[in-house]
Unconditional design. Structure first.
Length: 258
């Protein structure tokens, strides 16, 4: 069964965002509670890409803000990709719900407004996939700002427990190093609650301060890795990372509403 079907049947996803890496015990606890966050990814045709972006910001975003004001949403964030790509979403919305009653209310809305889109929205864009996942790690995850660059990277992994150890030993030291260097302002690392492979088991969202900082990404990656090679644990994960996960098409996006 693919992720789209699972997302439709099982509804919503994940625990609320955190400002610090989640400890292993908390990571296990998140799996013992039902998901309360949804990630919805939308596609638009070329001719509809511009009007669909406008629809999301001028029609869907106000509806989500009204839901938040009524206590039906804890929060939301809305991203739009910089460029049209063959296998990548145009718009992505992350919804966080306060409780399962609110999740159920959203699921009821899905019967007539898939992905939150009314009849006009459905003519402009397609909610191609809805995922249930957990924010397993995050730093400054709620410090979202217009003008920042959001780099979204999907991964598939071979085993969840091994991948958690890999993120802790290899990924987080790099991300924290990039934040210390002043280029990145924060990050979110989601794990798909119902991971079955393509298109992603884990989704990274890196927050870059601005275009200049994002332009230094390759240089910063190399310099940070040079510093970390003296760490035996990090080096061991680096040597075997290719067999642990595979990376698929990345997305550069902007924050258009929250």
């Amino acid at each position: 069964m693919n992720k789209l079907i699972l997302g439709t049947l099982l509804g919503a996803f994940a625990v609320g965002l955190s400002v610090a890496p989640i400890a292993p015990a908390a990571a296990q606890a998140e799996l013992e509670d039902g998901p309360k966050t949804l990630i919805i990814q939308y596609r638009a045709t070329l001719e509809n890409r511009v009007p669909f972006r406008r629809y999301l910001t001028e029609t869907l975003a106000p509806k989500l803000k009204a839901m938040r004001a009524r206590g039906e949403l804890t929060d939301f964030r809305m991203f739009y990709s910089w460029y049209r790509q063959p296998a990548v979403w145009d718009g992505m919305v992350i919804l966080r719900f306060p409780n399962f009653r609110a999740v159920a209310k959203w699921n009821a809305l899905e019967r007539t407004t898939p992905g939150g889109l009314d009849a006009r929205g459905q003519k402009l864009g397609d909610p191609v996939a809805t995922y249930s996942a957990d924010l397993s790690w995050g730093k400054n995850a709620d410090d979202l700002r217009e003008g920042e660059v959001y780099y979204v990277i999907p991964y598939e992994y071979r085993e969840a427990g091994e991948y958690r150890d890999y993120v802790k030993g290899y990924v987080l030291p790099q991300f924290d190093g990039w934040i210390d260097a002043g280029a990145m302002t924060g990050y979110e690392l989601y794990m798909n609650r119902y991971s079955v492979g393509t298109p992603w088991d884990a989704l990274f969202i890196q927050h870059y301060r601005d275009m200049d900082a994002f332009g230094q990404r390759q240089k910063l990656t190399a310099s940070t890795r040079d510093k970390l090679r003296g760490n035996a644990e990090w080096k061991a994960w680096s040597d075997k990372k290719a067999g642990i996960r595979t990376e698929t098409e990345n997305t550069i996006a902007e924050l258009v509403a929250r």
